[in-house]
Design a binder for this molecule. Structure first.
Ligand SMILES: [Fe+2]
Length: 306
């Protein structure tokens, strides 16, 4: 028989229990469903001279790969069907010391296409447990400054494997590739999030003889974006932000984890005279395995005449 005391206890705990249930359901959705709900985003970027044929660039970033992420691996492998002319990987590829074979497996036939890459901080340092919401009040840059850790992930082996397939290492380097009928000049920098960017090594005006000029970096830090733009790069490609990773419906990202402003946390935007594409990335740190209102993605950027 229900008593007055019983009803009072039921009332006292029903709201907290409902909230806990909603929280558990949201976490389950964010970690199991949305984290594996991969999207392809498509953009046309008008950077070619009139009459030049379109070129398709597949932009991947922030895979944060561990060997067990079979859905991510299968989805990346399926992107070969897009027949991109060029693949650009803007870093944070690894989250495990044994992830390189899994990443090469994910790329599969994409590796035979022209490609370029830079590193992100997570290619050097294995993940540590962090509260993903702390990015709302500060970036993770200070974590690296404080710890003074030595790199413990095989980023050099990752680079060697990609270079063996003919991909260009753009960490503080200039590069050039014939892609389709286009002569493309690249300038790239290592990750500014851990102060490995050395723009001075690539500084200078782009070669006007090239058909198009691409700037490649992991973190879209405005001070570097400004320099790429001033040197004449047409399109800048970056990742790092995860699009905010945990977003608020009808509001968007709470933070960008770098100097870029929130409205440009992902997608195609202008940066002064250049185009800027920021990828929301394919993965998450395994220590923060959730995405909410910000599905994992790759982008197909079609360069078209202006
Ligand atoms: Fe990342």
């Amino acid at each position: 028989m229900e008593t007055r005391e019983g009803r009072a206890v039921q009332k006292k705990y029903s709201v907290p229990l409902t909230l806990a249930g909603a929280g558990a359901a949201t976490f389950g959705y964010a970690s199991v469903i949305e984290r594996n709900w991969f999207r392809l985003r498509r953009f046309d970027v008008p950077v070619l001279a009139p009459g030049r044929p379109p070129v398709k660039i597949l932009h991947i970033s922030d895979a944060h790969l561990t060997p067990g992420r079979s859905r991510l691996i299968r989805w990346v492998r399926s992107l070969e069907a897009l027949e991109p002319d060029l693949v650009v990987n803007t870093g944070d590829t690894l989250s495990h010391r044994d992830a390189i074979p899994a990443f090469l497996d994910a790329l599969g036939p994409l590796l035979e296409r022209p490609g370029v890459f830079v590193y992100g901080s997570n290619d050097l340092f294995s993940p540590v447990l962090k509260n993903p919401l702390r990015y709302v009040w500060r970036t993770s840059k200070s974590d690296y400054a404080k710890t003074k850790r030595e790199p413990d992930l095989p980023y050099r082996e990752l680079g060697s494997s990609l270079q063996a397939a003919g991909w260009l290492d753009l960490n503080n380097r200039i590069g050039r590739l014939k892609v389709g009928e286009l002569d493309i000049e690249f300038g790239g920098i290592n990750d500014s999030h851990i102060d490995l960017d050395r723009y001075d090594k690539i500084a200078g005006p782009v070669d006007p003889q090239a058909d198009v000029h691409l700037g490649v970096m992991h973190s879209p830090e405005p001070r570097n974006l400004d320099r790429f733009t001033a040197d004449g790069y047409d399109l800048l490609l970056a990742g790092h932000t995860h699009g905010g990773q945990v977003c608020v419906p009808f509001y968007g990202a709470l933070a960008t984890n770098c100097g870029i402003d929130r409205p440009r946390v992902k997608g195609l935007h202008r940066h002064r005279g250049s185009w800027l594409h920021v990828s929301a990335g394919l993965g998450t740190s395994p220590k923060a395995p959730i995405r909410f209102c910000c599905p994992p993605e790759a982008s197909l950027l079609t360069l078209v005449p202006r």
